[in-house]
Design a protein around this ligand. Sequence first.
Ligand code: 5AD
Ligand code: SF4
Length: 425
Amino acid sequence: MNKHDSERLTGLLLARGFALSSPENAEILIFNTCSVRRSAEEKFVGVLTYWRKKRANEKVLIGVGGCTAQKEGEKLIEMLPGIDFVFGPNDLSRVPELINNCLQGQRPQISIEGKSGVELFSLPRHREEKFKAWLSISSGCDNFCAYCIVPYVRGREKSRSIEEIVTEAYQLVKDGVVEITLLGQNVNSYGKDLYGQPRFGEILQAVERVPGLKRLRFTTSHPRDFSFDLIDIVKNSSVICPHFHLPLQSGSDRVLKLMNRGYTQKDYLELTQKIREEIPEASITTDIIVGFPGEKEEDFKETLKVVETVQFDQAFTFLYSPREGTKAAEMEDPIPQEEKKEWFLELVSLTKKTALERNKLLIGKVLPVLIDGESKKGQISGRTATNKVVNIVDDNFLEGCRGKIFEVKITAAFPYHLKGKIVFD
Ligand code: 5AD
Ligand code: SF4
């Protein structure tokens, strides 16, 4: 979501006559922040401090946008002197005006009033990759999971109309895009605010029909709102990728209730089992939080049990991070951090094991891989439809292969990636 916001901001500024530069040479430095966990905010403070020092003797405008900017507003400038303008995630379209005001000597500029991100959807965007694109279907979130800051900083859920989404999809494909990822905090509730009922399935079916589109992805699903007919829609499609990102957060019913997630362990297991039965090759990935306030060892064991049962293809694991203003930040949290860290390590090692097991099942298979970059070792790499990274072990580098799909025979499996060889017939 943040990266897509950056694409929009860049697109808007380019359209207004600004140019992209390196942080060493730029006259304006803009930071797009994330506030979902404290570690993300700490990273931002570190990066900002580094650049402020490095460019201390030069005339540079510094702007800070995104969720931390929204959350802190004016306070950010008191905490981190040197910032010239601050804007929230729903205020992107005001940035050119903020910059102009700063250049005319009116500093600081603050804009955090934007209530909804819907009007930002039509902003121009600058994509780094020509062949893949994000497409926002909604903004904001109505769920108020007890730990989460997102609804406070991004506002209520607002869906974009089906017509607008489909028009954008056509335009993207016309521009050379072969892979679209539909974006929303909770894609499964898409349309509720606009049409009185969720209509996500319709969006998938309308976009998959766009001629020339090779891959359609979506993120993020909410297990509570996920309707079973989506499984059939994915199963019967050659374009929609069989990859389900279904954040579990916790396997314990007691913790799930405290988190306000709206489903039980049984609901989650039924859903994932149905996916495994209907589409055995599908990948299921997840997010899990360790150390939610009041979580006990027996709760944590329930999470481990779900991980063992579902055998996630990948899991993003996080230590709970209190976010001021959320319900969870007010809850008693007696478990020592040391114990939480031990649980965390145990969970990471289990998820690594299940990911490896799942990946090993692919050895010997030939899978279509969309080439999208290079591995750290300089090998070309790409992704399977199930979103797994494959590093290609061919010695002859393929000119112009980015954005193309090749048939790849999987030769080795690791927890976070696969290795393979292109099959030329
Ligand atoms: N602490 C830790 N993890 C969090 N997430 C969201 N809020 C918090 C928090 N306060 C995680 C959730 C979510 C992912 C994007 O970030 O797992 O799915
Ligand atoms: Fe946060 Fe929950 Fe909304 Fe996801 S669904 S953005 S975790 S409040």
